[in-house]
Every structure is written in structure tokens, then in C-alpha cells.
Write a protein that binds this ligand. Structure first.
Ligand SMILES: NC(=O)c1ccc[n+]([C@@H]2O[C@H](COP(=O)([O-])OP(=O)(O)OC[C@H]3O[C@@H](n4cnc5c(N)ncnc54)[C@H](OP(=O)(O)O)[C@@H]3O)[C@@H](O)[C@H]2O)c1
Length: 227
């Protein structure tokens, strides 16, 4: 609530906060209904997301389903709720926050990466369907960014974070790309190069590289969990 007050004072605007656990249908529907009730919605950003370290087969089926609810079901429902009014006004922006992880099928990223791939595919298909209207879509696929994403899992990446992007940079690049109606936005030249390189590898080599890197990441997280 303090954040809302700060935003209101800084930007002379009105802020409404709806607290919702998006893996729960009833709470997701609270947000969905609020979206439907809006006379005007200029921009919808589906940003909520998280990652869980560990092997897929060690996670509970419910936690796997929860991630799909938050990353995919909620955005689809929110967009469906927003579109009729946006179409009526012939205006509106939609940004779905995916991840560069969509391009790297690494160990521990199976469910996370797949949900983020879904978001990219969904956004691009919707863009094609809505071409010629005033509705602009973007799938934003950032790489490592300094937020609470990792720290909330108890990890301290202070040293590595010097090379990570700042959220302000990611937002800036995303909004510039939106202006250019660039549907897929991967902020950062090096990250785009990395995606191109990984996609160009022959699949059997790509799988071996993903297994190797994924296992290194997994080992690092195991050490963090033990500490
Ligand atoms: N940081 C990175 O390196 C990175 C890289 C690629 C993609 N991304 C993507 O960027 C997006 C934003 O993450 P971030 O980096 O800003 O991390 P963050 O600081 O941890 O923020 C995540 C946001 O998602 C919300 N959220 C998480 N689980 C939720 C749930 N079950 N129900 C409702 N809200 C939920 C959190 O709400 P609360 O604060 O209330 O928990 C928070 O607002 C995510 O979709 C993430 O996958 C991040």
C-alpha cells in the first residue's frame, strides 16, 4: 500500500492494488473481472512469474500446475478479458513477459521454459490475428535481470549481477520496441546473439550443451540450498 501511495504522489495518478495469488482460480478471476469492468485499458502487462530450482520429477504435481496457471492461464484469461474493449476502441498495448529461458531447454527449466515458450507463441499468433487493428502486442524475453527473482529464492548473486541487466534498461528497451511494433523483444545484443547461436546448433549438440549447462546451474542451486 505504501508503494501505491508513493506512485500516486510521484506521478499524480490513482493506483489500485489487487492482491491475488494467480495460481488460484478464484483469485485470478478477481483480476479478470476487474479488467472486464474497465471502460478503458491502455496497456496490459502480464509480468507475474517465478522459477523453482530442482528436477521436475522432484516437484509436486500441484506446484507444476501452479506455474502453468500463473505464466499461461492467467495471461490468456486477462487478455481475453481485455480484448473486447480494446477492439472497440481500436487501441491498446499488451506485453507478455516471457524469458530468454524459452530458448534454452536446460535441466531444471523444463516447465518454466515451456511456459515461457507458450507465451511467445501465443503473443505472435495473436499479433498475426490482430494485424491491421490498433492493438500492439509484445513478447518480452529478458535475460538475467537484477530483480527479486533470484534473491527471493535465497540466492546471493551480487558478484554475477554486475553483468546482468537492470530492470530500467529492460523496460526502456521493451517500450522502445513496442513503439516500433517489434513483436518479439529480447533486450541486449549479446543475449540476442546467444539465442541465435543456440538455435543454429545441430539439435544433438544443442541437447548436450543444454544438459551440461543445466547441470552446472543445478549444482550451483544445490550449494545455495545447502548453505
Ligand atoms: N529476473 C530475471 O532474471 C528474469 C529473466 C527472465 C524473465 N524474467 C521474468 O520477468 C517477470 C518478472 O519477474 P522479476 O524478474 O521482476 O522477478 P520478481 O522481482 O520476483 O517479481 C515477480 C513478480 O511476479 C509476482 N508473482 C510471482 N508469483 C506470483 C503468483 N503466484 N501470483 C501472483 N503474482 C505472482 C510477484 O508478486 P509478489 O511480489 O507479490 O510475490 C512479483 O510482482 C517474470 O515473469 C519472470 O519470469 C525474469
Amino acid at each position: 500500500m505504501e508503494r501505491a501511495k508513493n506512485l500516486e504522489q510521484t506521478y499524480h495518478t490513482t493506483v489500485e492494488i489487487i492482491i491475488a495469488e494467480l495460481s488460484r482460480t478464484e483469485e485470478m478471476k478477481k483480476v479478470e473481472e476487474r479488467i472486464k469492468s474497465l471502460d478503458r485499458l491502455d496497456i496490459l502487462i502480464n509480468n507475474a512469474g517465478y522459477w523453482e530450482p530442482g528436477f521436475l520429477w522432484e516437484r509436486s504435481p500441484n506446484s507444476l500446475e501452479a506455474m502453468i496457471m500463473v505464466h499461461n492461464v492467467a495471461p490468456v484469461r486477462f487478455i481475453r478479458a481485455a480484448l473486447p474493449r480494446m477492439l472497440q476502441r481500436d487501441k491498446g498495448d499488451i506485453i507478455n513477459v516471457s524469458s530468454i529461458g524459452a530458448y534454452f531447454n536446460m535441466v531444471t527449466m523444463e516447465n518454466y521454459g515451456a511456459t515461457k515458450t507458450y507465451l511467445i507463441s501465443f503473443t505472435e499468433s495473436l499479433h498475426v490475428a490482430l494485424m491491421g487493428t490498433g492493438i500492439r502486442l509484445q513478447a518480452l524475453a529478458p535475460g538475467l535481470t537484477v530483480t527479486e527473482f533470484h534473491s527471493r529464492l535465497g540466492a546471493d548473486f551480487t558478484k554475477e549481477q554486475r553483468r546482468w541487466m537492470k530492470p530500467e534498461e529492460v523496460v526502456d528497451k521493451s517500450l522502445r520496441a513496442l513503439e516500433k511494433v517489434q513483436v518479439l523483444c529480447i533486450p541486449g545484443f549479446r543475449r540476442r546473439l546467444l539465442v541465435k547461436f543456440a538455435s543454429a546448433l545441430p539439435r544433438p549438440i544443442y541437447y548436450k550443451v543444454m544438459k551440461f549447462i543445466g547441470e552446472k546451474v543445478k549444482k550451483r542451486w544445490d550449494e545455495i540450498e545447502k548453505a
